[in-house]
Design a protein around this ligand. Sequence first.
Ligand code: ADP
Ligand code: MG
Length: 463
Amino acid sequence: MTNQEIWQAVLGEMEINLSRANFITWFKNTFISTIEDGKIIISVPNIFTKSWLENKYNKDIVLALENVTKNKILEILYKVEPVKKQEAQIITSIDGLTASQNQVNTSLNNNISNQPIEKQVKTNRFGLNTSYIFSNYIVGKNNQLAHAACKAVAANPGTTYNPLFIYGGVGLGKTHLLHAIGNDLAGQNNKVLYVTCEKFTNDYIQAIRTGRAKEFKDFYRNIDVLMVDDIQFMGGKDGTQEEFFHTFNELHQTNRQIIVSSDRQPKAIPSLEQRLQSRFEWGMIVDITLPDVETRMAILETKCKEKNYSLDEEIINYIAETVQSNIRELEGALNRVVAFHQFNQTTPTLDSTKDVLSGIINNFQSRSISPKTIIEAVAKFYDTEIVDLIGKSRKKELVVPRQIAMFLMRKEINTSFPTIGNEFGGRDHTTAIHACNKVGLEIKNDQRKKQEIESIKQLLYSI
Ligand code: ADP
Ligand code: MG
């Protein structure tokens, strides 16, 4: 196993316990420089990262390294070392976007901020991850419609479903699908642009600040296929929404394709302007839900093939049964099993697999869910303050999340009705019973509501 493979496995573990933002901030551009007799030198891009890793994450890194290598780590040193310019980091500045470049690319100042860094992402000149393609995307009941809609858009951009709105919880394959469409279309003289919502927002703010608003508009309104990932982050950003609204109109009127992804349906994005919400509803809205065990097995089999690695069916079955949360974590578990056995040059057995995964599995289980974490997750999802959620207000935008939080307390951790009432500022237990019955009934009849609650559960288990 190479240093790079070891580090990838370590990053896979670190990612599980960190928020995406923290993970990217502290682990981007880090790598193992040398390993010798239990002493490891890790290269980091700057002094801030060095001090954070030393002070905050060192213990976890040691544990992860020991888990992956099954060897004792005696010492870790963090060394500031400039990153080698990697193929993945194609920088395209706004100045570089001249008419000669008729096949656009990445984004204004492309960085690959939304892509899983542990994979050492290979991007092509369009800034698209070349391994996110249709042919390695497994279709199950959970993503059938989303997949079909994306294929249709890739075959006939701008005409079939415009805009296409894809939503679903984290790690379920939204970004993969966007890149797959992009990869299909990028070669065909189309100006294809994939951006994260964060990137779009930052570019816009930057353009305004530097007096380059016109260039920004010209750039974005001149794209043939615009993909904006994780659009839920646009909620509450009024200036950006306004700009996106006009970009949207301009592209849509001239039959250019817009595809957006989100962790929830348009209606459920907090502080999203009504007019944008209704634009998103013009086209096709598709969701991706959690995959069933057969789909999870099929995904594992494909990933093994890609790695040229074979695992017995009972092992695949065990991993698929054990890791149910999402596909990113499923892949993480598989990577760990493969990395461990490659490193030790042993053949995986069911027992050794259980052993390797025990750390992760305990990890999943020890994420203790309490009424407080449920309130926190619901508040985060609906972008409300915790005090308001448990407070007295009867406003609809608080009542609905409040009832959902009550429902989740009952459903996920079997909290008693009086305790639920107490958690919400001393409400009566009959209020809690009413809320749980109401939400329980709603999700039977309303697919979207059901999906929304699935997304909150995902968030809950990833906090
Ligand atoms: P999201 O954007 O919804 O958070 P991603 O697209 O980043 O999720 O997917 C997480 C990981 O899972 C990626 O490595 C992706 O390739 C993989 N993945 C997700 N869905 C599938 C699928 N149906 N088939 C194969 N791989 C998948
Ligand atoms: Mg994504």
